[in-house]
Design a protein around this ligand. Structure first.
Ligand code: PRT
Ligand code: MG
Length: 217
């Protein structure tokens, strides 16, 4: 019996993956918000969950530290996806990547003028591709969190960040001026593991597929 290791991040991805695991008959035996453990057992002796930073999930799966994982499309694009089999869009942890500016900043005018736009983001690949496709020249400031702060203190003109309800932007007097792409979380699988542990991984992939939430219109 070979061990199957699933990489998840705490928070919304863990929470929204639980129903998919349930469909595969897998129940995580400890609550990551209460336990300090990084390796969580499940009711299936040959399945365990490892807790890693959201941005590290693709790396763990790429190098075989985990056989499979759940990760946002945003994180997957920035990682590059090399070495990863991506069988399923799980349609969970949905949000969008958008451009936002201070509510007193004239974005349309700045773009029209063709001046360089200072953009702060954790999503430099997505931002670079997006502004290149619009023919807008940007100076990129790489941040690792709290992007919303950057335009407020003059570090940048704009941010590229995830938006879901829009409440965080509103609370910081920022407005969404462009929607770059819709995001959801995907299942990623280590390609070598898929060959070596084909039967148990297929069983999990198929169970996840059967439990993906229906699209809402
Ligand atoms: O939080 P931490 O620094 O540990 O890591 P992380 O932010 O990478 O992880 P986590 O767990 O916050 O996010 C994991 C994944 O969830 C992301 O990669 C997305 O694919 C997905 N997701 C879905 C979101 C959101 N919705 C979301 N709203 N991730 C982050 N946010 C943040 C956003 O960055 C912004 O600060 O929530 C804020 C906006 O939310 P609203 O509702 O106010 O618009
Ligand atoms: Mg976060």
């Amino acid at each position: 019996m070979s061990m199957i290791t699933l990489a998840l991040s705490k928070g919304r991805i863990f929470d929204e993956t639980l129903p998919l695991l349930a469909a595969a008959g897998i129940e995580v035996l400890e609550d990551p918000e209460k336990s300090r453990k990084l390796i969580l057992p499940t009711n299936q002796p040959d399945v365990r969950v490892v807790l890693v930073r959201a941005t590290d999930v693709p790396t763990y799966v790429e190098y075989g530290g985990a056989d499979l994982g759940v990760t946002g499309k945003d994180t997957l694009i920035e990682h590059g996806g090399q070495g990863l089999y991506q069988p399923l869009d799980l349609r969970i942890a949905k949000c969008r990547v958008s451009v936002a500016v201070r509510d007193d900043f004239d974005y349309a005018q700045a773009v029209k003028k063709g001046s360089r736009l200072k953009v702060a983001t954790k999503y430099t690949s997505i931002a670079r591709d997006f502004f290149a496709s619009k023919g807008v020249h940007v100076d990129m400031v790489k941040l690792y969190g709290s992007m919303e702060l950057a335009p407020l203190i003059g570090l940048s003109d704009a941010i590229v960040d995830l938006v879901s309800t829009g409440n965080t932007l509103k609370a910081n007097h920022l407005v969404e001026v462009e929607r770059i792409m819709d995001i959801s979380s995907h299942l990623v699988v280590n390609q070598a593991a898929l060959k070596l542990k084909q039967a148990p991984l297929r069983r999990i992939i198929d169970a996840f597929a059967s439990a993906i939430p229906a699209p809402k219109n």
